[in-house]
Write a protein that binds this ligand. Structure first.
Ligand SMILES: Nc1ncnc2c1ncn2[C@@H]1O[C@H](COP(=O)(O)OP(=O)(O)O)[C@@H](O)[C@H]1O
Ligand SMILES: [Mg+2]
Length: 249
């Protein structure tokens, strides 16, 4: 992979940036977002399967609970909580004691009661006094909601509810390889305050991982593609380096 050293320090681009922001816990992300995730905002995380979206979100929650005393809730539409929990352990993130201490909870999703899922989420947030929330992913929800307008309304209501509850949240949207859009349904990015896109693309025979901050409402941010790695300690972004891949976006 070709890499270039960058000189821009995005954190310093906005006076006072850093106030009203959450430390994401993802190495390098705060810097390319202009100083962390704006508090009470909804961040849309998109990418194809295998880009590391679930790992990214687990790290966001785990670091928040263990380092910043911000409780978390993880709503998973795809993987079972047991399997997510097992995978998290491989990175050294043990969610079990956090669950016992009511500082964290996984929500088991019941596909037969999709209309109740956000009420369950809200109850879990109140119960845990959670400040960090993940919904992984909204793409699965679309399978159960026939009407696109209805889906849009659901996502919009979800974002309002999360803000009302003072949560800073990540909404995952899994995109189909080769599709030109930023998200699965093309509505998620309009509801979200920030958008981060993950790429895993073939370049000269090798697969390259790259991340782009597409928008951060009310803030400057890096406009470059940056390389990232998934290491045994989790997700690492390289803010001083630039990645070169062909993207369709
Ligand atoms: N312990 C690990 N060390 C390094 N890379 C890992 C590890 N665990 C998972 N990965 C990488 O993360 C990818 C899956 O990440 P995941 O968060 O499940 O992706 P997504 O949710 O976007 O589909 C795997 O394909 C693998 O490349
Ligand atoms: Mg996933």
């Amino acid at each position: 992979m070709e890499r270039v050293r960058l000189t821009g320090d995005y954190e310093k681009m906005l006076p006072g940036a850093g106030a009203g922001r959450l430390k994401s816990g993802i190495k390098g992300l705060d810097k390319i977002m202009g100083g962390g995730i704006p508090r009470k905002d909804l961040l849309l995380l998109t990418g194809t399967t295998g880009t590391g979206k679930t790992n990214f979100c687990l790290q966001y929650i785990y670091e928040g609970v263990t380092r910043h005393k911000q409780n978390g809730v993880y709503l998973s539409f795809e993987e079972l909580p047991e399997s997510i929990s097992r995978n998290a352990l491989l990175f050294g993130w043990d969610f079990r004691p956090l669950e016992k201490a009511k500082r964290f909870s996984f929500i088991k999703y019941d596909p037969y009661h999709v209309e109740d899922v956000f009420d369950i989420l809200e109850a879990a947030i109140r119960d845990n006094k959670a400040e960090r929330v993940v919904v992984d992913s909204i793409s699965a929800l679309g399978l159960y909601v026939r009407d696109k307008a209805e889906l849009r309304r659901m996502i919009f209501n979800l974002s309002l509810t999360l803000k009302k509850l003072n949560c800073t949240s990540i909404l995952v949207s899994e995109i189909v390889p080769g599709s030109p859009g930023l998200s699965r349904y093309g509505v998620e990015e309009f509801v979200a305050d920030s958008v981060v896109v993950l790429y895993y693309e073939r370049m000269n025979g090798n697969f390259t991982r790259a991340v782009q901050v597409w928008k951060v409402r009310g803030s400057p941010h890096s406009e470059k593609l940056h390389p990232y790695k998934i290491t045994k300690n989790g997700f690492v972004i390289y803010p001083e380096e630039e990645a070169f891949i062909k993207t369709r976006r």
